[in-house]
Design a protein. Structure first.
Length: 292
């Protein structure tokens, strides 16, 4: 059990982590800080945190586990705010969707103390933000990707693994570079496409009429377009190189469909569709259950 969680960012992700730790009996006290004092107060009133901290630095004072649940663009500034109270035995994690930029920020700021930092990406979330949506089950059954580097201490890496497993997560590890390449393909590009599709439709004179006719398939495909704009602005910019590379791969696949449709070749078109359909039908998550 941890004595104190220093929670920096009391929104959906951070709040859900705090609630999950509390429910599992893994922490005695949670001290929280958010940029907005009203958010921190709401978190305390909801029982997400026990004590409101007036600054990020004071949120980590006395903590043996720290979670940074802030936009990835704010990671370096947050490290700067807390570095004077970081101790060698402290476990520090983040929940960012990109990892190379986060690791680089830790190297620049934490320096000799970065051994206690275990970069983490829980593959979980919702289209609604805010501490009022915090849920102790948010991470249950979800994947968490840890991206330790050569300076990461074995003790803290094991602690991080144990914590995420204790709240019901499937934990895997990979390098920050491999993480960002993979998630550019399976997360960042899909969000980019959903944003672009919504703008493409609404940018047409009959866009509103088209949307009024859309059904469940369109709803499912574009669900992630409702994601938090400032969060995804930071993610897309932070991973721009890998994202643009994946965008080029997608454009080639789209062009193959366009050319086949344009030629009227029904057999070739069915083959392309079958390839995608079969792959999707047999795709399984890490737990071995097929995705619906």
């Amino acid at each position: 059990m941890f004595e104190q969680l220093g929670l920096i960012g009391c929104g959906l992700m951070g709040g859900s982590f705090a609630l999950a730790l509390k429910r599992a009996g893994l922490v005695k006290r949670v001290v929280g800080y958010s940029k907005s004092p009203s958010t921190t107060e709401r978190a305390r009133l909801m029982g997400v945190i026990d004590v409101e901290a007036p600054s990020a630095l004071l949120a980590v004072s006395g903590a043996d586990i720290v979670l940074l649940a802030v936009p990835v663009a704010a990671t370096e500034a947050t490290f700067k705010a807390i570095r004077h109270l970081v101790t060698p035995t402290m476990l520090i994690m983040d929940v960012g969707s990109t990892k190379r930029d986060v690791v680089d920020a830790a190297r620049r700021v934490l320096r000799e103390q970065m051994g206690g930092f275990v970069p983490a990406h829980p593959v979980a979330g919702r289209e609604v933000a805010g501490v009022e949506n915090a849920d102790p089950d948010l991470y249950t059954g979800k994947q968490v990707i840890l991206t330790p580097i050569e300076r990461t201490r074995t003790v803290q890496l094991q602690q991080a693994t144990d914590v995420w497993k204790a709240i019901g997560c499937h934990v895997t590890s990979m390098s920050p570079e491999s993480h960002d390449a993979a998630f550019a393909a399976v997360s960042h590009l899909p969000h980019l496409l959903a944003f672009a599709l919504m703008n493409a439709i609404t940018g047409q004179p009959q866009g509103k009429e088209f949307l009024s006719l859309a059904g469940p398939g369109f709803r499912d495909f574009t669900r992630i377009a409702a994601s938090e704009p400032n969060v995804w602005r930071d993610i897309l910019l932070a991973n721009r190189e890998e994202l643009l590379a994946q965008s080029k791969v997608f454009q080639r696949a789209l062009q193959a469909f366009e050319q086949t449709i344009g030629s009227g070749n029904a057999d070739a078109l069915e083959k392309l569709i079958s390839q995608a359909s079969n792959t999707r039908a047999h795709w399984r998550i890490s737990s071995g259950k097929p995705h619906k």
